[in-house]
Design a protein around this ligand. Structure first.
Ligand SMILES: NC(=O)CC[C@H](N)C(=O)O
Length: 307
């Protein structure tokens, strides 16, 4: 394989003319303020290499990428019992859709659509005050990224708390089916703060390392067992990009999780953890340029879970 640093620099240069492609999320007012011309790529290889280019050291709102970390934490607390409250099937619907919930008795299709992630946050909240649960999530993310400087952006969390009518609808609806253990505003407080975690591409690539390395961090610490890492990757592949998960698997061929902040975390098991960021989104709410960058990276490295 050619030099990885050179390779990502080439991809960056090739995509530079398309800077600003897509549309920045504006339904969360605070996210609408982000400069659409940002673009960064960071790669952490399992053999210890660290590569980055562009705006890879600038923090952005990780939004739904946080759902991977929330799920990891909730599975650690509740194990397989969590699957009684949330499914493992792709939804084929948008990330904030409510339609399936009625037919499926308030059990969200998977932990990566908003409804599923709200249930996961509700599970993390069990036995805690919202502040403690939020603190636990942040501590966990700092631990797996090995970086105590990671913070939650309070302006983003408040912005969503004020305008997140759909998420309130989802939470209220699930509560009516008995699938939310806490009042919706408490579970959503945890959810909005989790989504408002700010990270750089480099921090995100490091945080995702354990997923590509059989559950272990760079320093050897076992975050989760190997089989759980595999399963989280399986869910990222099938559900990580909502109703564009099939297209992402087709184009990139790696487990990935997107966020409306324009970030994507992708995992090449046994090879690398990759984070990209470009705020312009496609119509499914996934980073336009970020997806393109990952497609080129997968093509040129040969990384794929499909051989
Ligand atoms: N796809 C996303 O990143 C959505 C997360 C966002 N916080 C929301 O709830 O709408």
């Amino acid at each position: 394989m050619p030099n990885l640093q050179q390779l990502i620099e080439n991809i960056y240069a090739e995509l530079l003319p398309q800077l600003g492609a897509g549309k920045v999320a504006d339904y969360i007012p605070e996210l609408a303020k982000v400069n659409p011309r940002k673009f960064g790529i960071a790669v952490e290889t399992i053999d210890g290499g660290s590569y980055f280019v562009g705006d890879a050291e600038e923090s952005f709102s990780i939004q739904s990428i946080s759902k991977v970390f929330g799920l990891t934490l909730a599975l650690g607390k509740h194990g397989d019992a969590l699957w009684r409250r949330v499914g493992r099937e792709p939804s084929g619907s948008s990330f904030n859709s409510i339609v399936q919930l009625e037919h499926e008795n308030g059990i969200p299709r998977n932990p990566f659509i908003n409804a599923g992630a709200i249930v996961v946050c509700d599970a993390i909240l069990a036995g805690h005050r919202p502040k403690e649960a939020i603190g636990e999530i942040l501590r966990f993310v700092r631990q797996i990224a090995d970086d105590d400087t990671i913070v939650i952006d309070p302006a983003v969390a408040q912005s969503e708390q004020k305008t997140g009518y759909r998420n309130f609808a989802l939470a209220n609806y699930m509560r009516s089916f008995g699938n939310l253990g806490h009042p919706p505003d408490l579970a959503l407080g945890v959810y909005f703060h989790q989504c408002a975690i700010s990270m750089t591409c480099r921090q995100l690539a490091r945080a995702g390392f354990f997923l590509g390395n059989g559950g272990r961090m760079q320093n050897g610490f076992a975050v989760i067992p190997r089989e759980r890492a595999r399963r989280i990757c399986a869910l990222m592949l099938t559900c990580g990009h909502y109703d564009a998960s099939g297209d992402f698997a087709f184009r990139v061929g790696l487990p990935g999780k997107s966020g409306v902040g324009g970030g994507i975390l992708a995992v090449a098991p046994g090879e690398a953890s990759v984070a990209v960021w470009s705020p312009g989104l496609n119509r499914y709410g996934n980073s336009e340029l970020g997806t393109h960058a990952l497609q080129l990276l997968a093509e040129r490295t040969g990384w794929s879970v499909f051989g």
